[in-house]
Structure formats: structure tokens, C-alpha cells
Design a protein around this ligand. Structure first.
Ligand SMILES: Nc1ncnc2c1ncn2[C@@H]1O[C@H](COP(=O)(O)OP(=O)(O)OP(=O)(O)O)[C@@H](O)[C@H]1O
Length: 587
């Protein structure tokens, strides 16, 4: 499918309405014939011929046609406007859904500002084209053709003189279209870039302030702003060159009329009335020529925007529900990784990972930063797909599952906590909006969040700022944990969820989590205290599973886990002098 075919697929639904609107444009344009024609009669028959009694009727006819034309124009303007809004609504909705369907790879590739530009500036260019340019182009072509036809009926020689300018206009319009296309592409590019810059700076304003980089950012912004302005000016300088040419061509018709028509009147080959009629049609020839440059601009702007949007969403997401997906059901949570490898471009991120866990078990994952812990979970959720091997849940390959069902069964508290600009209650209930307040509060209690939420002036109704501004790191983590738990999932993933929480609170959360039955829980952590009670502990190093077992097994192995344990608890023992073995390490 080409970008234009994609665009027309949205317009198709409204083709009858648009056809009706174009018929009205045709009707209104046809009415424009009447006024110059009547003007000719007034000159020849009333003024020169002395038939005064005709005047009131002719003027009334002029008024009626003008009135009818105005009403018809109003109707087709309304149709074009509403159609453009409705079509844009469907298109924006479609593009938004595609954005939601897209996988992590898509978001790694596309910048937020670019995607925002697709949904705003580019959509507006398309709406403008549908609402104004389509009927304007059609109306101008029609007016030009009708006027030419009418001039033919008056005098074919005059008409032929007028036609002489047409090939020149066609060549110039084509040249302008070609010249302006790259300029508009550049404008869209620069606009996206400016958008991205502003979006990043607004989101990252705390970092900018913390590093006192305001001047640096202003300088960078000025560069973006300059580039955008220059792109606009370049485009303007291109089409500006064509404006006087079109203007001259339009006026050239007037010169021809007065020269050739004047000679004809003097020679008596046409009447003055006919000359008046032709000059009445002249604006119908002039106007399209004057508009040609502007409409060519609108057209190219529209084509550029359609191409930009389509190129962003044309490729289907790599990760999607297969056509043969297993039926949706509640998962038990038996998970197996079989020879799982994951490569991103040329980098090997995970190598030959094998483990199996039973429903209700807890798995701790530990390892140096960048060792692949989060990636392991991203593969389980199918945010990315394994390159080799397979991951099964309850014996079914995750690639054969309904993606919605898979993710509905997983509650994930991510490392990078994202909260919506909503109330705390709204944020916790995000995955289960039909839950009761008691359920929200219960989840908050398990996540050790209830007490601090109650202490806030508005309690659960407190609106948290964008991305949870106004909350501490640990508070955000606990809200995100409560959100994951409220989904009532079979599988819970806690990716570094308690790293910003004090040890005492963490111990409380652990106890509460241990009390939850029938859930398979993954805990990614750097602190041994977070995972020591897990049924299975996986130790990752540089993408490899280097150790696995429970706490006692791993201590006995005296490998990586043992070293980390000694680093974390050896220090503790030095200060407290209470050497402990095996069990209580909660600090
Ligand atoms: N889709 C991807 N494309 C490119 N590189 C990736 C991708 N996914 C993960 N990586 C890389 O793989 C490595 C492991 O990342 P991962 O987030 O899994 O580490 P981690 O063990 O969770 O680290 P941390 O403890 O710091 O959170 C990193 O170097 C990361 O940049």
C-alpha cells in the first residue's frame, strides 16, 4: 500500500458525502456564469437598447443567484469541514492505536517528539487539505473551465488567446511542486526535532536545573529554533519566487482581453456587452492562476505529512498475537526458559539461559548492572522476542499466546517507575479500574504505601504530578508495586522495586509478599536481603546464568553470590559483631 492509498482508505468512508459536496461546488460554480452574462445583457439591452423595464428583473436575478450561491457554498463548506474533522478523528485514532500496538523496538527507534508531531502538525496539514484545499482545487479548475467555455461561446478567438497561457501555467506549477517538496520534508523534520527538544527539556527540567545547564540548553534550543525558522524561510523563498509569476500570468489575461477584445470592439466584431461579459468571466480565469501557487503549496504540505505519518506506522509491529493464539485463560505460572538466547543487533545480551519454576514459587535474580536481569523479564513479557530457544508458561510457548492474555496475567513493577498525572488511587487502580477502594487500599498496605498515602493532605485523592513528581523515589516504587499487585496477576515481576525503600519497609513488604499465595514472583534486586528467601536464585553475569539454587546452595558454592553476600553482610558484621548464618539478614 502506498501512503496515498492509505490516506484514501480513510476518505473512502466519506466518499458519498464528498461527492455530494463536489456536486454542490459544481452547482455553485455554474451559477457564477449567470452574473457576467446578465451584466452583458444590462449593457447591451438596457443601457444601449433602452429596455429599462428589464432592469429590475435582471437585478433581482442577480440577487437571487448570488443568494443561492452563498447558501450552497455555506452547505458545502460545512460538509468539507465536518468530513475533514471526522476523517481526521478516525485517522488520529488509528495512528494512536498503532502507537499503542507498537513494541519496545519501535519506541527505541522513534523519538517522542517525532511521534507527537505525527499526531499534531502532520494531522493538521491533512485536515487543512481535506477541509479547504480539495474544494478549492476543484472549484478553481471548474471555474477556469467554465469561464473558458463561456468565453468560447462569446468569441472563440478571444478564448484561444486566453488558452495560450495554460501550458505555461502548468509547467510553472509542476516546477514549483518539485522545488518545494524537499523544503517541506525539511520543515517536518525540523519541526519534529524542535518538538523532541522541548519535550525532553520539559521532562528533564530537574536534571537541567541540577546541573545549572540552562544556558547550554537555551543555546541548543536556539539552534533547533534557528533550523526550524531557516527551513520555513527556505520554503517561503522557494514559493515566493513563483507568486509574482502566477500574479503576472493572471494579469496577463487582462492585458490580452483589453488588447484583443478592445481591437475587436473597435472593429465591430463583438459588442461592448459581450466585452463586458468576457471581462466578468475574467476573474474566474485570474483567480485560479493566482491561487495555483498557494494550492500547490497546500498539496505538497499534505503529501509530505501523509508520507511522514505512513512511514512511521506502515510496518507491522514485530511482536503481536499470532493468528493461531491459544485461548485466553488464567495462567498458573509454571515458567520454563529453554536454551534462551537474546541478541540485539550484533550484541549478545543473554546466552543459553535454562531454568524452570513451579506455580507459586519465588525467583530472585541478582547480578552486576547490565548483566541482563531486566532483559530476562522483558523476554518473558514479550516486550522483545527471544532470538533462539523458547520460554514457556504452563507448557505453552509465550510466542503462541494471546499477547493481551499473557500481559494481563503478569503484574510488573518496572525499574523505571512511570506514574500518570492522576490521583494516587487512579494510578494504583490502573490495571484494574473496576476494583473497589478497599482493594486499592489493600494493595497499598501490602506495598507499605498506605501509611504515607494517608498522611498526604488529600490521601488517595492526591494528584501526583507528571511521572509522579512530588513523590520520593521510594514512594513511587511502592505505588508502582501496589499497582502491579492490584491486577491480581498469576505472575508478579518486581524489577528493582524496593531499591529506594529502607530495609525495614522492605522487610515488611517481603513478609506481605510471602503471604500472597499462588503467585509466581520474580524479584530482581541488588540487595541479598531482597531475594534470600526465594525458592530459586538466578545469578547472571554478562548475559550468562553462572549460578542458580537457593540461598544455602549458593552460599555453599562460594562463588559470585557468596562474594556479594560477604560484601553486603561482612560489612554489617564488622560493625555489629553479630555474625549470623543462613537466616535473618534483614539488617
Ligand atoms: N533491546 C536492546 N537493544 C540493545 N541493547 C539492549 C537491549 N536490551 C538490553 N540491552 C543491553 O543489554 C544489557 C543488559 O541490560 P539489562 O537492562 O537487562 O541489564 P540489568 O541486568 O537489568 O541492569 P541493571 O541492574 O542496571 O538494571 C545492557 O547493556 C543493555 O544496554
Amino acid at each position: 500500500m502506498t501512503a496515498m492509498q492509505w490516506f484514501f482508505s480513510f476518505l473512502k468512508k466519506y466518499r458519498l458525502k464528498l461527492l455530494m459536496a463536489l456536486i454542490l461546488v459544481t452547482f455553485a460554480s455554474s451559477l457564477t456564469i449567470i452574473n457576467p452574462y446578465i451584466s452583458g445583457i444590462i449593457v447591451d439591452d438596457v443601457i444601449k437598447g433602452g429596455q429599462k423595464e428589464l432592469l429590475p428583473r435582471l437585478v433581482l436575478l442577480l440577487i437571487i443567484t448570488t443568494l443561492v450561491r452563498s447558501i450552497v457554498k455555506y452547505i458545502y463548506l460545512v460538509i468539507f469541514e465536518t468530513t475533514s474533522q471526522k476523517m481526521l478523528y478516525s485517522m488520529r485514532d488509528y495512528v494512536y492505536r498503532r502507537f499503542l500496538e507498537e513494541d519496545f523496538t519501535f519506541y527505541n527507534k522513534n523519538r517522542t517528539g517525532d511521534l507527537m508531531s505525527r499526531q499534531t502538525g502532520d494531522m493538521e496539514a491533512i485536515r487543512h487539505f481535506v477541509a479547504f484545499a480539495i474544494y478549492n482545487i476543484y472549484e478553481n479548475i471548474l471555474l477556469f473551465s467554465i469561464a473558458l467555455f463561456m468565453i468560447f461561446t462569446v468569441d472563440y478567438r478571444l478564448a484561444l488567446c486566453m488558452i495560450a497561457v495554460m501550458p505555461i501555467t502548468a509547467v510553472i506549477t509542476r516546477k514549483q511542486l518539485r522545488a518545494i517538496k524537499p523544503a517541506f520534508h525539511n520543515i517536518r523534520q525540523r519541526f519534529s526535532s524542535l518538538n523532541t527538544f522541548v519535550q525532553e527539556n520539559v521532562s528533564g527540567n530537574r536534571v537541567v536545573k541540577a546541573f545549572a545547564k540552562e544556558d547550554f540548553e537555551i543555546e541548543k534550543f536556539n539552534k533547533e529554533n534557528d533550523s526550524f525558522r531557516d527551513a520555513e524561510l527556505t520554503a517561503a523563498s522557494i514559493w515566493r519566487k513563483y507568486v509574482p509569476i502566477f500574479e503576472f500570468m493572471a494579469n496577463f489575461l487582462t492585458f490580452i482581453l483589453y488588447l484583443v477584445g478592445g481591437i475587436m470592439v473597435v472593429k465591430g466584431s463583438i459588442s461592448i456587452g459581450k466585452m463586458v461579459t468576457v471581462s466578468g468571466y475574467l476573474w474566474m480565469l485570474n483567480n485560479p492562476l493566482r491561487m495555483a501557487g498557494w494550492l500547490a503549496n497546500d498539496f505538497q504540505r499534505f503529501v509530505t505529512s501523509v508520507e511522514k505519518i505512513y512511514s512511521t506506522i506502515k510496518e507491522d509491529p514485530i511482536i503481536k498475537t499470532p493468528s493461531h493464539a491459544t485461548p485466553r485463560k488464567q495462567l498458573q505460572g509454571e515458567i520454563e526458559f529453554k536454551h534462551v538466547n537474546y541478541r540485539a543487533e550484533d550484541d549478545v545480551i543473554l546466552k543459553d539461559i535454562n531454568f524452570k519454576i513451579l506455580p507459586g514459587q519465588t525467583v530472585g535474580i541478582i547480578g552486576a548492572t547490565g548483566s541482563g536481569k531486566s532483559t530476562l523479564m522483558n523476554l518473558l513479557c514479550r516486550f522483545y522476542d527471544v532470538t533462539d530457544g523458547e520460554i514457556t508458561i504452563d507448557g505453552t510457548n509465550v510466542k503462541d499466546m494471546d499477547l493481551y492474555n499473557l500481559r494481563k496475567n503478569i503484574g510488573m513493577a518496572m525499574q523505571d517507575v512511570f506514574l500518570f498525572s492522576d490521583t494516587i488511587e487512579g494510578n494504583i487502580a490502573y490495571g484494574n479500574p473496576n476494583c473497589t477502594f478497599e482493594e486499592v487500599q489493600n494493595a497499598a498496605k501490602i506495598a507499605s504505601a498506605d501509611a504515607f498515602i494517608q498522611n498526604m493532605p488529600e490521601g488517595y485523592d492526591t494528584i501526583v504530578g507528571e511521572r509522579g513528581m512530588g513523590l520520593s523515589g521510594g514512594q513511587k516504587q511502592r505505588i508502582s508495586l501496589a499497582r502491579a499487585l492490584l491486577k491480581n496477576p498469576s505472575i508478579v515481576i518486581l524489577d528493582d522495586t524496593t531499591s529506594a525503600v529502607d530495609m525495614e519497609t522492605e522487610a515488611h513488604i517481603q513478609n506481605e509478599l510471602n503471604a500472597l499465595e499462588g503467585r509466581t514472583v520474580f524479584v530482581i534486586a541488588h540487595r541479598i536481603s531482597s531475594i534470600k528467601d526465594a525458592d530459586l536464585i538466578l545469578v547472571l553475569d554478562n548475559g550468562k546464568l553462572i549460578e542458580s539454587g537457593n540461598h544455602e546452595n549458593l552460599i555453599a558454592k562460594q562463588g559470585y553470590y557468596y562474594t556479594v553476600f560477604n560484601h553486603q553482610y561482612g560489612e554489617f558484621d564488622k560493625y555489629t559483631n553479630t555474625k549470623q548464618k543462613g537466616g535473618s539478614y534483614n539488617g
